[in-house]
Ligand binder design. Structure first.
Ligand code: KIV
Ligand code: NA
Length: 277
């Protein structure tokens, strides 16, 4: 269990203090997030691409997510830990959704689960999981698991009809019992209008100011290769630093510069003589 609680997150919203959330997928990245003092850590299904190198976020199983989430749990002491319910693990029934969310709590020790979507079937899943005593973080706007049905990975809520539908979904997710809501790739002006109707913390990604922000760690650290979505800001060039580090090691090995005396173990003269015999 983390020291950051749902009530602390609610307090941050009330005080107008922005909530900081970042993804992590294993012990090492979870330690980075926790040492940096973020409020929330998300083990996102973005792991499918970021960690496993697959093409789509839907291409990850519950068992795989649980290995990553359990590893992140071991690294997080302070931040509130959220596990992303992957595509296919909640769609069939409320019972399936509760069973999956329960595994995330029991096997990975997450503090809450995140569930995409705000249409009627999804609201039913949120009510069921919350009813089982597991906090739920909603996710509306661009929902990558169903992006094909949304017309691709593109911003949502840009037309008057779409903005109204998005606002209805956000409010319905809150009414269904969600403890917080992620809003992805939605115009800032639409979120500004929605915010006064939201009592729960709203965490934006490409959605303007909201009550907090979430980014993929590998994107903000400059580890992810290629063109970033416009909502990403890169704060470090860690990918380049890692390549330079491994290059320097390789060069040292190839030139005989590494290892040196300080990297060697000492032996008694007798050991050397015995090895010689
Ligand atoms: O999987 C993920 O990383 C996410 C965040 C970007 C919100 O869902
Ligand atoms: Na996700």
């Amino acid at each position: 269990r983390s020291t950051v609680s749902l009530s602390l997150l609610a307090e941050l919203k009330t005080q107008g203090k922005p909530i900081v959330m970042v993804t992590a997928y294993d012990y090492a990245t979870a330690r980075v997030a926790d040492r940096a003092g973020v409020d929330m850590v998300l083990v996102g299904d973005s792991a499918a691409q970021v960690v496993l190198g697959r093409r789509s976020t839907v291409d990850i199983t519950v068992d795989e997510m649980l290995i990553l989430a359990a590893a992140a749990r071991r690294g997080v002491e302070s931040a509130f830990l959220v596990g992303d319910l992957p595509f296919g693990s909640t769609e069939m029934s409320d019972g399936q959704a509760v069973a999956t969310a329960t595994r995330f709590v029991k096997e990975a020790g997450v503090d809450a689960v995140k569930l995409e979507g705000g249409w009627p079937e999804r609201l039913s899943r949120i009510r069921a999981i919350v009813g089982a005593g597991i906090p739920v973080i909603g996710h509306v706007g661009l929902t990558p698991q169903t992006a094909v049905a949304l017309g691709g990975m593109r911003a949502q809520g840009r037309s008057p009809e779409a903005a109204a539908r998005l606002a209805r979904e956000a409010i319905a997710v809150q009414a269904a019992g969600a403890s917080a809501l992620v809003i992805e790739a939605v115009p800032r002006a639409v979120v500004d209008v929605l915010l006064p109707a939201m009592c729960i913390p709203v965490i934006g990604i490409g959605a303007g100011a909201a009550d907090g922000q979430v980014l993929v760690m590998h994107d903000l650290l400059g580890i992810t290769e290629g063109v970033m979505p416009r909502f990403v800001k890169t704060y470090a060039e860690v990918g380049t630093a890692m390549v330079r580090g491994v290059e320097a090691y390789a060069a040292d090995v190839r030139s005989g510069t590494f290892p040196q005396k300080e990297n060697d173990y000492s032996a008694s003269a007798g050991a050397v003589a015995a090895a010689h015999d």
